[in-house]
Design a protein around this ligand. Structure first.
Ligand SMILES: [Zn+2]
Length: 209
């Protein structure tokens, strides 16, 4: 079976604010995260891992900070876009493992909701998405409370269902990934049935800037 592995890392510094958004979950805190978008390091690292697995560059190429459209953007739309690219290229998520590093705020109470939101946007079972919160034992910039870092690793496997679509636009891509999500939910997608011959790897990158 065709498989791809990807890795992503993201860091944002704390700044003025009253909450942080991590894994699509708004968490009340005495500071915010400095970013052009909502500063969701968890989603940004995960997107970079998904794009990395497809060798499609990084999130900055797909959603340039210079583009006013992404000012204060909800990063969940970035994740849905990356998930659509994964499906379009004939792959699905085998699993994702994410580590978030900060001293504060305390993330443990929010980890389950993060997993649910990420799985929802990817269109996969919650069991395939792991989120772990850790500290750096007061060492380094995360230890000094200057910011939050996130690391993500993903494994993609060839989709066991129909050949990839050639989406004409984002709307068609998103409709496709929603259909894939519904199939996963209905347990139609069975990895053991995957036939690598039905999956076409599209080397051409039509999404590059
Ligand atoms: Zn970021």
């Amino acid at each position: 079976m065709s498989m791809r592995i990807g890795h992503g890392i993201d860091v944002h510094a704390f700044g003025p604010g009253d909450h942080v958004t991590l894994g699509g979950v708004r968490i009340a805190y005495e500071k915010g995260l400095l970013a052009h978008s909502d500063g969701d390091v968890v989603i940004h690292a995960l997107c970079d891992a998904l794009l990395g697995a497809l060798a499609l560059g990084d999130i900055g190429h797909h959603f340039p900070p210079s583009d006013p459209r992404w000012k204060d953007a909800d990063s969940r739309q970035f994740l849905r876009h990356c998930a659509a690219l994964v499906a379009e290229r004939g792959f699905m998520l085998a699993n994702a493992d994410i580590s978030v590093v900060c001293e504060r705020p305390r993330l443990a109470p929010h980890v389950e909701l993060m997993r649910q939101r990420l799985a929802q946007d990817i269109g996969c079972p919650v069991a395939d998405v792991s989120v772990k919160a850790t500290t750096s034992e007061k060492l380094g910039f995360t230890g000094r409370g200057e910011g939050i870092a996130a690391h993500a690793v993903v494994l993609l496997q060839a989709r066991p269902v129909a050949a990839p679509v050639q989406a004409r636009d984002d709307a068609e891509l998103h409709a496709f990934v929603e259909r894939v999500a519904a199939e996963v939910e209905a347990n139609v997608a069975r990895p053991e049935d995957a036939d690598p011959d039905t999956v076409q790897w599209q080397a051409q990158d039509k999404h590059a800037p």
